[in-house]
Design a protein around this ligand. Sequence first.
Ligand code: ATP
Length: 325
Amino acid sequence: MKTKCIGILSSGGDAPGMNAAVRAITRSAIYNGFSVKAIYRGYEGLITGEIEEFKTQNVSNIIQKGGTILKTARSKEFRTPEGRQVAYETLQREGIDALVIIGGDGSLTGARIFGEEYNIPCIGLPGTIDNDLNGTDTTIGYDTALNTIIECVDKIRDTATSHDRLFFVEVMGRDAGFLALNSALASGAEAAIIPEDQTDSDQLEEFINRGFRKSKKSSIVIVAESPKDGGAMHYADRVKNEYPQYDVRVTILGHIQRGGSPTANDRILASRLGAAAIEAILDGQRNVMVGIQDNDIVYVPFNKAIKKDKKIDKGLIQVLNQLSI
Ligand code: ATP
């Protein structure tokens, strides 16, 4: 069956650059003769039928905007076979015969299951600030979030220096340390505590033992949020108990990291990946995520993209330690 109408949705956590992706997918689709339907609130919109036809002007003036004009949601119903059956019926009713999903690993897991259960080509775009999808060097929103973090850390540094304080700054990333490690490098922080290094050593003890106070009066440690051990608060409590001589503070950056106008890198990435998603549909591909490797577009099977084992370059920890003496 030849594809005529492409449905687009954004799902899971929002990420800056999702709008640039929506624009690119819509315009490339129309350019190639497809019609486009926007599905609102992620998979939820497939269940409630909140869907609208998009023309080129629907995506005017959005490339620079954070968030997602399609809205996003976490849909419990889509996790059930009954919910996905309703979603499929909606697609049939709307005449949508291919789907492009912008989201993180949960959203692409949903796409994988849906694409296997029903005869509908699903193409994924990596849209998450966490950069935790395999098979792509970077994800839409990651660069913007990194830049937001370093802007905040620069400000925290001013007050940390003035008071000679040790700051633990908690950043997002769920089970991945990409944001923490790279924002630490980019902001000149003294250390990063990341989940990928957790099993190897007591990162706090190592940091204290390096004697950061010998040459510096203040210090900033970037901590990846960690549902397992409590993140920055946990380390601040430990310092209070184990090293009471230090004046400790905690800043949790929270949802600030998700907002804001996307950087040039994220806009370019989203535009390229969006256009490549339509190429994939034209080529008859299905169940793949569009990614970027060494500046080339790649198509990664969902199974591989969502494996949750994206390698972080631990050599960067060494670089960080060297540069923070
Ligand atoms: P982020 O990484 O930014 O949090 P995400 O895409 O990983 O984004 P999730 O909340 O994990 O966010 O997933 C988004 C949605 O994808 C879920 O609300 C659900 O509708 C769908 N989804 C996730 N996992 C599954 C699954 N195993 N089966 C079906 N649908 C799923």
